[in-house]
Design a protein around this ligand. Structure first.
Ligand code: ADP
Length: 274
């Protein structure tokens, strides 16, 4: 859209000045479509467990009223559906909070090594119960970046959870940390990767995985307790940290999700050896 406003009293020696305003309606329309889609998807995701809850409530009020074993079973299902709605609402709130802060660069110095070690220790026992071994490949050195600790914990947690959920039982998950140098600018960065030995992801899905609610297999994601928002949250956090998210996958070999984040180098300090 192009418009013009005449400004009669401008300093143009008696000539009316004109202010031109340009607005890219294609981008505005795209954003509006994305917003409408998002609300429709979120409503649908909430409506599904809600419909199931209402169905079970009616059954409990009617046919299953006097059937104690059926009541126990239905209450269990209802609890799981309510938990699913809670997870979804928590993820929606996280996403909107992170989006609000996306333009504010974090200022705390955070050691990614410490977060990665803590996540491996915390998630190891649960993964082992599912037949998955998580290991850490990193030196004992610090991996400092400027970041928001809670958000970075969320990134590692989500990536490890996905690797365990979709990596399949009997496999290994490796959390790795490395110092690298960005080839374009020569700037030092820290690569945090999570690798699994699962069935992998077909190439056509990879560019869409960070879209809200995009899932390769909706049924399998739901069964694993997924909301379809995990990688969208990760992507926003990585953006806020001026980093990059790279997903590589080979069908039948496994998936590696890598975040590349700028290394923090205190002013005047010599760069540590890679
Ligand atoms: P969800 O809550 O469904 O896990 P995510 O946004 O975290 O949502 O991931 C989106 C989809 O990407 C998942 O539903 C799954 O299909 C796919 N995915 C994510 N990580 C992996 C992985 N490590 N291996 C295979 N598929 C994955």
């Amino acid at each position: 859209q192009i418009g013009a406003l005449p400004m009669p009293d401008g300093p143009g020696g008696g000539q009316p000045n004109v202010v031109l305003f340009l607005r890219d309606l294609t981008a505005a329309r795209r954003l509006e479509t994305m917003r409408v889609d998002f609300v429709a998807n979120a409503s649908h995701e909430l409506r599904t467990p809600l419909a199931s809850l209402l169905g079970f409530i009616e059954t409990l009020q009617g046919p299953a009223k006097a059937d104690a074993p059926a009541r126990e079973k239905f209450l269990g299902i209802m609890k799981a559906q309510a938990q699913r709605m809670t997870r979804l609402i928590d993820d929606l709130l996280s996403l909107s909070r992170i989006e609000l802060r996306e333009h504010v660069a974090p200022t705390q110095v955070v050691d990614l090594g410490q977060i990665a070690r803590q996540m491996v220790d915390m998630q190891g026992p649960l993964a082992r119960e599912r037949g998955v071994e998580i290991t850490l490949e990193a030196s004992d050195a610090a991996y400092p970046i400027l970041g928001e600790r809670d958000e970075l914990v969320r990134v590692v947690e989500n990536l490890v959870e996905n690797a365990v959920k979709y990596g399949g039982s009997g496999g290994r998950v490796v959390v790795g940390l490395e110092r690298t140098v960005r080839s374009a600018s020569g700037k030092r960065q820290i690569a945090l990767s999570v690798r699994d030995e699962g069935p992998g992801i077909a190439p056509e899905h990879i560019p869409r995985l960070t879209e809200r609610f995009y899932r390769v297999d909706v049924a399998s994601s739901r069964q694993q307790g997924g909301t379809g928002l995990g990688l969208a949250i990760v992507k926003h956090i990585v953006n806020r940290h001026r980093g990059k998210l790279v997903i590589e996958s080979e069908p039948d070999r496994g998936t590696t999700v890598r975040t590349l984040l700028p290394e923090h180098q205190p002013v005047g300090a010599a760069a540590p050896d890679a």
